[in-house]
Design a protein around this ligand. Structure first.
Ligand code: SF4
Length: 386
């Protein structure tokens, strides 16, 4: 079976004190011995992950975290890593041993689940005879019962379509993909692949061309397309060709899809309020050697420098790294986040809102800089999505 990407999987994470049965639950859930189970405190140090199909719900990513509340040397580092998992967790399981004193730890995690707006379930692990709402996490029948309970609590609509909120079936969209020295050889990048697949899923006709061939492509069409989606870097060029067709970019569609567009549209205006010495955090969720890395490292900083006319300091966070303390930043800039689940971007938007730090994204910065911010949002206004 061809597997779903990580970004399309509902992230379920197991939290709890050391030796509460987290790794046992993880293994029984998967029906495999992946996490090391040991009576020694602190056996799990880094989160352990495994993708699986949770039938009849669908694809999930199950994560076992290091336990909290122990007195081992590495405890603080482990707790940090465990708490970091909250940023991407769609649904949390807090497991407690029936014979342990877990109230204080559970209270702490409950406040964290609330802060991250994460639904959760308390599972009382009873290695004896499981009854009265408890589960024996070594027992496959009990874990089947638990799975059924969890499925009933999961959000079945977590994966929203990218294009369906913007276009009707039988619409036509033109995708503009520059093929320059930055384009990866022999392939197109994930945001473009995901949009094409989403068009197919929603019966939307999709035509792909280079920026330099857009004018010719449009002239050969019998009717105007309903939307043009461009690589953000080509906004300036494309907007001069496309006057009377709605235009947006891959990364702006991702900002809407991952639920942060409204905040990010407000955030882009912060660029002109920046002062000398302000720090800007640039967060890119690619975890590998990406071909267009200089967007985040070079092009975005140079646009911010030009628009703000200030001496700005930049910090870069890559992959799933994202600082838990945002106090020192005056602006956060995110990429489209195609490689992470919506919850990860929502958590970052949420953290920036709580800390009163504006957040925006690559596509909005390019459209703002090209002077077409409203034009690039027209399709969202037309559909009452902003
Ligand atoms: S993770 Fe971000 S930078 Fe990487 S391809 Fe996706 S949108 Fe682009």
């Amino acid at each position: 079976m061809i597997k779903a990407t990580k970004s399309h999987r509902t992230h379920i994470t197991i939290f709890g004190k050391t030796n509460s049965g987290k790794s046992t639950l993880f293994n029984t859930f998967l029906n495999q011995d992946l996490a090391i189970v040991s009576p020694t405190k602190g056996t799990t140090t880094d989160p352990v992950r495994k993708s699986m199909e949770l039938l009849p719900f669908g694809p999930i990513l199950l994560t076992d975290t290091a336990g909290t509340m122990d007195d081992t040397k590495l405890s603080n580092d482990r707790i940090k890593k465990t708490l970091h998992e909250l940023q991407s967790t769609d649904f949390a399981i807090y497991i407690a041993d029936i014979n342990d004193d877990y109230e204080e730890d559970y209270k702490f995690f409950k406040s964290k689940f609330k802060e991250f707006k994460t639904p959760h379930m308390l599972v009382i692990n009873n290695y004896g005879e499981a009854k009265d709402g408890t589960f024996n996490v070594k027992d496959k029948t009990d874990v089947q019962r638990l799975k059924k309970d969890i499925i009933g609590r999961l959000n079945k609509n977590a994966n929203k379509s990218l294009l369906a909120p913007l276009l009707n079936p039988r619409s036509t969209v033109v995708l503009v993909i520059p093929i320059d020295s930055e384009a990866p050889v022999g392939r197109i990048i994930l945001p473009q692949v995901q949009i094409i697949r989403d068009a197919l899923d929603n019966s939307i006709s999709c035509l792909v061309c280079r920026d330099t061939e857009l004018e010719d492509t449009l002239s050969r069409l019998k009717a105007k397309p309903d939307l043009i989606i461009t690589d953000s870097q080509a906004f300036d060029y494309v907007s001069k060709i496309v006057k009377d067709i709605p235009l947006t970019s891959f990364s702006i569609i991702f900002a809407y899809n991952k639920s942060g567009l409204k905040e990010m549209v407000e955030g882009v205006k912060q660029i002109e309020r920046l002062n000398d010495g302000d720090k800007v955090l640039i967060s890119e969720t690619c975890s590998h050697n990406h071909s267009h890395e200089d967007i985040g490292m070079v092009k975005i900083p140079s646009i911010i420098d030009k628009l703000s006319k200030k001496n700005i300091q930049y910090t870069f966070a890559m992959g799933t790294d994202f600082p838990s303390n945002l106090d020192e930043y005056s602006l956060i800039v995110s990429c489209g986040g195609c490689m992470v689940n919506s919850k990860t971007i929502q958590s970052r938007v949420n953290m920036s809102t709580i800390n009163n730090i504006p957040i925006t994204n690559y596509g909005l910065i390019f459209s703002y800089s090209a002077g077409i911010l409203d034009k690039s949002l027209e399709i969202f206004y037309n559909n009452n999505l902003l």
